[in-house]
Design a protein around this ligand. Sequence first.
Ligand SMILES: [Zn+2]
Length: 225
Amino acid sequence: MRAILGSISALYRTVAKGHGPQWYLRPKLHTWQQTIAHHLSKLGWLNTGPWTWTHNDCGDIDMSNMQGKDETMHRIRESWRRQLFCKWLASHRRELQNFPHLVYDEKRIFAVRKAYQQNCVHARAVLTGAAVSDACFKAMCREEIDNHCVHCNDQVIPSWHHSCWECAAFSHSRPSVPSDEVQKRLGWPLTITRKGNSWFLSREDKQILQHMALVRAQLLSARYD
Ligand SMILES: [Zn+2]
């Protein structure tokens, strides 16, 4: 990603000086055109003409003039994030099978990114689907999953849902159960608001994520300490 953004910035510097970049039908290797076209194609952009591309989800871009430079850079970054999101979704297909309609939502993913940056390692694991329940851990160790939660002693499969939202052992930090299914599973905030130069999660979103992070920390501690 850094390579393509560097090449585009270099391209825009020449455009700013009034030298419209030349477009070759057969670009030489290691030129801006070749580098940019190669990386954009890998991100799902289709070349539509000299310095113009289109993307199914991110619209059209035109690098032949300075107008719209910031928007162009933004759209390219978004196409990269969408691609990462699809790869992440594919790698968690089994765990996320309850959310067949989970799609990339730019505003929500922005809130998730900010929540990730502002929180601890346990919250980050929750947000990325890397928190492992006791039941899942047993499955990973190829052991039989007992119908028993060692934390509350109930006859129940110790799933991530149980630990976060039902288990009496983790009730002290528990807020109301979120109605949003993705938030219930991954702690993804619903909204984020800007004050000055900073971004803030709502109190509810923060409480939910912090509770889930605490549950993850306690599961790990009971498992390994
Ligand atoms: Zn329990």
